[in-house]
Write a protein that binds this ligand. Structure first.
Ligand code: ZN
Length: 457
């Protein structure tokens, strides 16, 4: 009671979150023309802002014929805007930030992205308000109520280094959440997680897809009894069908997928019909494109290109997020107008395993690399329990990284050892490019150790 009142108080006191929650709740049930008109209006406002305040877009939008005269944009010419890739975000970082930052409350955010390419971004307060609203509405769509207990299996660097803040813990208590670290899971820890789950009896388990799948494998292999929550929600990775089946079987729960990234929060949420991921058109405009740039047909896999409609501090327009996906062939039977992504692929990471059986989530390496500005792209390969090979593509627009690179390499070794042990050797290999795997999916972590383990089972 006290908790939900406190949470309401905080939600209400924070910027525009309440209004955005209302927009999203109403927006999902609009009819198709009204939904399209709503999105066009938001897109038009963003394009106008970008044309007036963002140097990169002043130039790009004029060239694309979107903004031929000041104060007027042509949404119909949207598809003429060139795609934005990560290399351009890094190279044109200053030009991509809005010139009115002094009037905004903003902060830097870094991301490993979904493809092992670190990117630094600027997010403003409004983006954070939208993020909270998407979180609240997303919870509702995936059948999670605010007063229900949630157990999060999520990566925490602060936990590994003992820097978890009191504020973070207070927030978790208020939201009825318990957080367990999934970056580093030993057999003992996993056992204690299962014990905790049996005592805490959460209504919902939420976490990194690979970590939840690892925990499920462990539970099944050791024949443990585990509390069955109402739902399990997976994020930060590709929920492959065999994983969905494993997780559903072990936890005896309804499994919900969700899709988002740090660049653009809350891109897709699965509803109780489980027919795909709904895209909230008030916050994000998603395109699925063929290699030649034309729109893919429903059911046809293409590149996922996202325009965030809610970050004016650093607009990302037609941003190639590095994932592949396909639109569903039919609208969702739930009746929501929000478009439906049938599948998202392209983001696969392996879990690493140490000699004593500790599991280290592949996602951890995003945190190892994401502040290294001189790194264009990376891939981390676990050759043996004590041998890591880090393949790095250097940024071409930073000719001599020098000291920053030396310090960066030391920091990488330090962070790798924090998770994998002090005796872990890290070999660096500088390459011109990192090829996707045979299936076309990019794997930013590859474990030869765990693959062998799995092959034996
Ligand atoms: Zn639905």
């Amino acid at each position: 009671m006290l908790k939900s009142r406190l949470e309401r108080l905080i939600t209400n006191s924070r910027g525009s979150t309440r209004r955005y929650v209302r927009d999203l709740r109403a927006g999902q049930w609009l009819d198709s023309p009204a939904s399209q008109a709503d999105q066009d209006r938001r897109l038009s406002a963003l394009l106008l802002h970008a044309a007036q305040h963002v140097p990169y877009y002043r130039e790009t939008l004029a060239k694309a014929g979107v903004c031929e005269s000041p104060g007027r944009v042509l949404v119909g010419r949207f598809a003429q805007i060139p795609l934005l890739d990560k290399a351009t975000v890094r190279a044109r970082f200053r030009d991509l930030t809005s010139d009115d930052l002094s009037t905004r409350t903003w902060h830097y955010d870094s991301t490993g992205g979904s493809t092992g390419e670190p990117v630094r971004l600027v997010h403003d307060r409004d983006y954070a308000d939208w993020g909270r609203a998407l979180f609240i509405v997303g919870n509702g769509i995936a059948c999670r109520r605010p007063d229900e207990r949630k157990l999060h299996l999520w990566g925490s660097v602060a936990d590994l280094t003992g820097q978890e803040t009191v504020r973070a813990r207070l927030g978790q208590w208020m939201r009825n959440e318990v957080w367990l670290n999934s970056f580093r899971m030993t057999p003992d820890l996993m056992h204690s997680y299962v014990d905790l789950m049996n005592r805490y009896r959460p209504d919902h388990l939420i976490g990194y897809v690979e970590s939840i799948a690892e925990l499920a494998t462990y539970i099944e292999r050791d024949g443990l009894t585990v509390h069955s929550p109402k739902t399990v929600a997976t994020a930060a990775g590709c929920l492959q069908s065999h994983m969905r089946e494993l997780i559903g079987r072990v936890f005896q729960a309804e499994v919900f997928d969700q899709y988002g990234s740090r660049e653009v929060a809350g891109i897709g949420t699965e509803c109780a019909r489980h027919e795909g991921l709904h895209v909230p058109v008030q916050a994000a405009l998603v395109e699925v494109l063929r290699e030649d740039g034309t729109p893919a047909e429903p059911g046809e896999t293409g590149r996922i290109v996202v325009t965030s409609l809610v970050n004016y501090a650093m607009p990302l327009i037609r941003y190639d997020i590095g994932d592949l996906g396909a639109w569903a062939e039919a609208p969702c039977s739930c009746g929501r107008v929000w478009p439906l992504l049938r599948s998202v692929t392209g983001r696969i990471s392996d879990t690493f395993v140490t000699a004593d059986g500790t599991l280290v989530a592949g996602e951890y390496f995003n945190y190892v690399f994401y502040l290294q500005d001189w790194v264009e792209k990376f891939q981390v390969i676990q050759e043996s329990t004590r041998q890591i090979r880090a393949r790095i593509v250097r940024r071409r627009d930073v000719p001599v990284a020098g000291d920053a690179e030396t310090a960066g390499l030391e920091e990488i070794v330090h962070k790798v050892r924090l998770a994998l042990g002090d005796d872990c050797h890290v070999a660096f290999e500088f390459v011109d490019q990192i090829e996707p795997s045979a299936s076309g999916k990019y794997r930013f972590t590859v474990s030869k150790v765990h693959e062998r383990d799995q092959a034996r089972l």
